[in-house]
Structures are given as C-alpha cells and as structure tokens.
Design a protein around this ligand. Sequence first.
Ligand SMILES: [Mg+2]
Length: 245
Amino acid sequence: MKDARRGALMTQGIERLEIPRGYNTRLDPMPRLILFDLDNTLCDHATSRSLRVRHAFAPFFANETDLGQAVQEAVTRSMEGTTHFPGILEQYGADANAAEAARERYVSDRYRGLELYSDALHTIEKVKQVASIGMITNGPTDIQQPKIDLLQIEHLFPFILISESVGIWKPDPAIFHMALEKAGIAAEDAIYVGDSPVADVPGAKAAGMRSVWINCAGINWPGDEPPDIEIRDLNELLLSLGLAP
Ligand SMILES: [Mg+2]
C-alpha cells in the first residue's frame, strides 16, 4: 500500500524532496541522547483513532460500506477532535442527536485499540544500550498519562515530559531544552524522533538538535525546513544508528 501511494504521488507529478532515509543513512556523530515523541511514533494513534470513530459511528449506520466511508472521511479530515462529526453524519442522514451520541461514544472510549508499534519495545531496548533516552509528548496530562500507563512504558524512560504538566508545548524549543537539561546532554549530542512536521521537527531544530521524522504513511514532506533524516518505521531508526543488521 505504501508503494502504491508513492506511485500515485509520482504520477501526480509531485516531486519528492530528497531527505536522507534512515535505511541508508548513518547518524553521525552518534547521538548520546535519543528523545521520542509518543503518538504515531511509539504508539499507533492513527489506527486507534480509526477504531474509535468506527465504534462511535456504528449504531447510526445500517450498512458497512457507508460506515466505512464515513469513518474514512472523519479520520482523513482531522486526526483529532469531534467537531466535524455532525457534518459527516448529516451526509449519511443522521440527525444532531445522533451526532451528539456519537461524540459521547467517542470521548468515553478514548483508548480503544491503542497499542505500541510492534517494533517499539525492541527499539527502546536497543537504543538504551548506546544512548540515554527520554520522551516529550504534547497533550493534556489526563489523557497522555493514562495512555502511558496503559502502554506500560513509563518505567523504560528516565523522564517523560507531558506538555500540559510542564506548561510548554512543542514546537516551543523550551520543552526540548528542558529535556536536555534533565539528561545533562548538549543539543548537538541529541536527536528527536517524531512524526509531526509542525510540532516535532521544527521544535527539535529550534532547540539545536537533530531531527528524525517518522513518516509511517509515506507522504511527501509537508513542512518548511526538512528533517535531518526520514524513517518509515522504528527499525529504520536502528539502521541509522548501526543497531540493526
Ligand atoms: Mg506524534
């Protein structure tokens, strides 16, 4: 599917920006600190969101095809929130009460299907053998902390910065500086691994560290200044660090 998508982009004549890829690029010098984002970097937030929207919409659809289409439309239109639910449900004949009920089903079922990517634990284990690690995640504390608890990963990280808890949100470089301070490591010896072209890559760069863009969907780089390297999955991070054969 990824290759098909790439092919489609190429036939549309969209030029791919040449960003070094993790499978053939060695991160040099080797970082002494590796900082991770959480959603869509270590855990599969995108799949979870799809499952949650499907669960929320299901009672209001008589046929599977319409349900599938409506879910697809909802997750394509926005990766967050429910404000677009009424507009989408209306197209399929549902009224405002249904939209409100769908919203309630969605928010009361926040962690449906949320899992780590299959290579996340192995990656954390491997990188810890050669570098310090930490996590910086954007979001409300009462959403991010239960997610971290559910995924059972807190004990793996010497520190985790949740933006609401520390009062600074990515891409503000101050939250990256805070992480560097906690680790006692200089920016030039650190990398940040994250999926967001808005919060992660520009924030890490502004803080003076190298940025690794995890691009699971295989899209073109949509931001301004590109990341130092691009990876498609966490195994490519290990390759870029010389930690995978
Ligand atoms: Mg993310």
